[in-house]
Design a protein around this ligand. Structure first.
Ligand code: ASP
Length: 429
């Protein structure tokens, strides 16, 4: 075999690997190199900074465009009135509960304690003074949206994007060119995100080398704690919050709900994409939970786009991990900001692998936490993504069940059946 074909094969081997595997390898290689080089590994850090800067570059346009698109895509759902409102309220409420659980577990298990990292940016200083509740609320409305965009004021950007999206929905046909423009910009931003993420294995390699070189291998145990905390939170969210809602609000047997959604959970776990899992979720909803076609095919796609409970929970744990690792105290205002940002940002999070990581950068920025923390989490992101996507999908199905029940759109003979019904023709549409 010629040298050229050998090298092509080698390139093919690395190039053919899934991104998350490359990131994982990058992380392990970074830890190994850092352990060997010690503090000298700092020379690699600029490569990591390049990656962090590229992610920062994405935040404002990505959030703005995808939020406007998210709201304008809900135009049809607005027509469906009551059901749409119920779905959105339930989706936002369950997301806020999820992030609160994430913050609670992060505070309880303190995965980042003892890391004593030092931020190289000064952003950390921003979180020291707690703004009053009134000023926080007043500050949500940007007096000048361009200034909010330029200054990266995420909450203000979210509020403006939501308002713009709603206004576009209200002007009907006249909105078409703008909606198209935002759609195409959002697509371009997703593409740019994909390109930046291609660089992630190298950026993360460099950052992990720097972290391991500076802090030693002690950094690994906290990462295991992060994984433990996120998985525990996911179990709590599904087994307590969701089954609790199914039992208490819908008055249905929670075991049937859990059994009925297993397929969707498994597909979500392995694919880490709630949008990709949608066809399976719809099947589970109809065949196992007895939810009518109309309800399932309206509530579930909406959920796959705007409901990200697992992602929010993960952001809670991750934000506290970063705060603890860098020894930054968060105020009550910061906690509330994290809850608000993660809940609202989940509307703009695409149900695709790794989207939550980009949104985490947004949450960290909003409360002034250092972005270096993101790189540490990024190395284990796939493992966390598997759990959070399963929860995202379980949450969508739970809300669909609740809404179906309240609208009398659940066939309880199917819900309570021992075997799944495969003859969908018999299901009420
Ligand atoms: N992968 C998740 C989903 O598709 C989003 C995320 O990265 O948190 O639901």
């Amino acid at each position: 075999m010629s040298t050229a074909s050998v090298s092509a094969q080698k390139k093919g081997l690395w190039g053919g690997l899934a991104l998350w595997k490359k990131i994982f390898i990058g992380m392990l290689a970074g830890v190994a190199v850092g352990a060997v080089m010690g503090p000298d590994a700092e020379i690699l850090k600029p490569i990591g900074t390049l990656f962090i800067n590229a992610i920062k570059m994405l935040i404002v346009p990505l959030v703005f465009c995808s939020l406007v698109v998210g709201v304008t895509a809900m135009q049809d759902s607005a027509k469906m009135g009551r059901m749409g409102v119920k779905a959105i309220v339930l989706y936002l409420m369950t997301t806020a509960v999820a992030i609160t659980i994430g913050l609670g577990l992060g505070a309880l298990l303190t995965p980042g304690d003892g890391l004593n990292m030092v931020a190289s940016t000064t952003a950390a200083a921003a979180s020291t003074e707690a703004p009053s509740l009134v000023s926080t609320i007043l500050g949500l409305i940007p007096k000048n949206p361009i200034e909010a965009l330029a200054g990266g004021k995420i909450l203000q950007i979210i509020v403006f994007a939501l308002g713009l999206g709603i206004a576009l929905n209200m002007i009907g046909e006249k909105a078409e060119p703008a909606v198209q423009l935002f759609n195409s910009l959002a697509e371009a931003m997703y593409k740019l995100t994909e390109l930046v993420m291609k660089f992630a294995p190298y950026g993360i390699f460099a950052l992990m080398a720097w972290v391991a070189g500076k802090y030693g291998l002690d950094v690994l145990l906290p990462l295991l704690k992060v994984i433990g905390a996120v998985y525990l939170g996911c179990v709590v969210q599904v087994l307590l919050v969701y089954t609790g809602a199914v039992t208490l609000i819908a008055g249905l047997n929670p075991v049937k709900y859990l059994k009925g959604i297993v397929n969707a959970q498994m597909v979500a776990f392995s694919s880490t994409s709630s949008s990709g899992t949608l066809p399976v979720s719809i099947r589970c909803a109809r065949e196992n939970l007895g939810i009518s076609k109309g309800t399932a095919s309206f509530v579930l796609p909406l959920g796959a786009t705007i409901n990200m409970d697992g992602t929010a929970l993960y952001q809670g744990v991750a934000a506290l991990f970063v705060a603890q690792a860098f020894g930054i105290d968060l105020s009550t205002g910061d906690y509330l900001t994290i809850i608000a940002t993660a809940t609202l940002a989940s509307i703009g999070t695409a149900g695709v692998p790794g989207a939550g990581l980009i949104m985490l950068s947004l949450v960290l920025t909003t409360v002034g936490l250092p972005m270096e923390g993101l790189a540490i989490i990024a190395g284990i992101d796939r493992i966390l993504d598997m759990a959070r996507t399963s929860v995202n999908v379980s949450g969508d199905l739970m809300v669909a069940l609740l809404i179906g029940k309240s609208e009398n759109e659940v066939d309880e003979s199917i819900y309570n059946a021992d075997e799944p019904v495969t003859e969908l023709a018999s299901i009420k549409v």
